[in-house]
Ligand binder design. Structure first.
Ligand code: MG
Length: 208
């Protein structure tokens, strides 16, 4: 199982980190040891003093494919959930300054909490939302810290699936974290993070 992530997929977040809005999706990956499931706690790593939460819509691949055309991409995923792309921002800044890959800042153990999934069809039915209009938010200790809508994604789910599949064969169960909206911030021991799609709680993670 592979985990792909999209960087800088929301204009306001690219701006908050001082990054240019990209022409093509910025793609990186995490190993399966990054996954944290079923509300497992996140242990702050000792190599960073500035770990940030990045809440993201996550799609799960439902059909194997490669070189998928964008117009057919919708046939390759049918479930959506929420995840957190934990990022050691201080480590990432150092790596970026040196032009080095991001893995150490992004792909470490436990850096990818993953909540429950719902089918995209059920999102349409229950909340009258369209695939391009899925509202989500993250609370930290009960207070909303990040708020997003798939409508604001620079690259659509279909575009991302198509783009990634030009380089990597997608298999059933592969995950794509589709980028974070503005409002990323530092987490501390004791913080309780909860993620919601519309008003439905999808994700929970405590920082230890
Ligand atoms: Mg991210």
């Amino acid at each position: 199982m592979k985990i792909f992530c999209v960087g800088r997929n929301y204009g306001a977040h690219a701006v908050e980190l001082g990054n240019a809005v990209p022409e093509n999706p910025v793609i990186f990956s995490k190993p399966d040891t990054a996954l944290l499931k079923d509300g497992a706690p996140f242990y702050l790593p000792d190599f960073s003093n500035d770990v940030h939460h990045e809440v993201e819509l996550v799609i799960r691949i439902s059909k194997m494919g490669k070189k998928i055309q964008e117009k057919f991409a919708r046939n390759y995923f049918n479930e959506i959930g929420l995840g957190i792309d934990f990022t050691a921002r201080d480590v990432q800044s150092e790596l970026k300054a040196k032009g080095l890959p991001w893995e150490l800042a992004k792909a470490f153990d436990g850096s990818a909490p993953l909540g429950s999934f719902i089918t995209l069809d059920s999102v349409f039915d229950s909340d009258k939302q369209e695939i391009g209009n899925i509202a989500f938010h993250l609370t930290k200790n009960g207070e909303t810290v990040q708020k997003g809508n798939s409508h604001d994604m620079i690259f659509s789910f279909e575009k991302i699936v198509s783009f990634v599949s030009n380089y990597f064969t997608l298999k059933v169960g592969d995950l794509i974290y589709t980028g974070t909206p503005a409002g990323v911030g530092k987490v501390a021991i004791g913080d309780k993070l909860e993620g919601f799609i519309a008003d439905k709680k999808m994700l929970e993670c405590e920082v230890k």
